[in-house]
Design a protein around this ligand. Structure first.
Ligand code: ATP
Length: 216
């Protein structure tokens, strides 16, 4: 059977249990051999002001996935200069891992709704299988809007990739806000990540909170 590997990109600012529960569920549903977490350098769709340093974000992912053999951390995006476009990342992994593996890219429904703004989205849909996790609190996907950039076949592939995953209402924005307001983030992030945020005094300044920025 072909090896199945999923890439899970994000700002992970910080990584939270929503990411981990969804990744585990998708791995089980699709019989994945590996999920590779890819913290972004400067996300093209996000305002950089609120980002904790890449080193911190990578370190928090490392702590969150420790002891889970299915999960892996890659610093590929963080070490690239400039914005990390998904198509470039996926092409790199496609080349290194080989044509015979089945390659997935995991996103949440909020990212799916923004796909029209992504760089070379058609090529991306052709290069890997995009898997979408349902996410409560975000608008439904407007498939008509996606028709401006994608063919009917590509839309059908995207629709088939929307999985029935557990709906976890946790966001990094809310976690940063809670830290800033001195509220507990226990049960929202792994305990090691909670301790790291406290020790490193992350997300203390108002600029670090920032709400969901508009897509670029
Ligand atoms: P922020 O609140 O800062 O925007 P976030 O919680 O959305 O952050 P990201 O690191 O930006 O976290 O997310 C990376 C990917 O994971 C995105 O595709 C996003 O849609 C998805 N994702 C994040 N949280 C969830 C969740 N609770 N359920 C499903 N998918 C999620």
């Amino acid at each position: 059977m072909a090896t199945r590997i999923a890439l899970f990109g994000g700002s992970f600012n910080p990584i939270h249990l929503g990411h981990l529960i969804v990744a585990r569920n998708i791995a089980e549903q699709l019989g994945l051999d590996r999920v590779i977490f890819l913290p972004s350098s400067r996300p093209p769709h996000k305002n950089g002001a609120a980002l904790a340093e890449g080193d911190h974000r990578g370190q928090m992912v490392r702590l969150a996935i420790a002891g889970e053999p299915l999960f892996e951390l890659s610093d590929y995006d963080q070490n690239r200069p400039g914005p990390s476009y998904t198509i470039d990342t996926v092409s790199h992994f496609r080349q290194t891992l080989g044509l015979e593996i089945i390659l997935y890219w995991i996103i949440g429904t909020d990212s799916l709704a923004d796909l029209t703004t992504w760089y070379r989205v058609g090529a991306l849909v052709d290069c890997c299988r995009i898997i979408t996790a349902r996410r409560p609190g975000f608008r439904e996907v407007d498939w008509d809007r996606l028709r401006s950039r994608l063919s009917e076949d590509q839309i059908a592939i995207l629709r088939a990739g929307v999985l029935d995953t557990p709906q976890i209402e946790i966001s990094a924005t809310d976690i940063r806000r809670r830290v800033r307001e001195g509220k507990s983030i226990q049960y929202l992030v792994p305990e090691a990540v909670r301790q790291y945020i406290a020790e490193q005094r992350l997300y203390q300044s108002p600029a670090a909170v920032d709400a969901h920025p508009a897509p670029s």
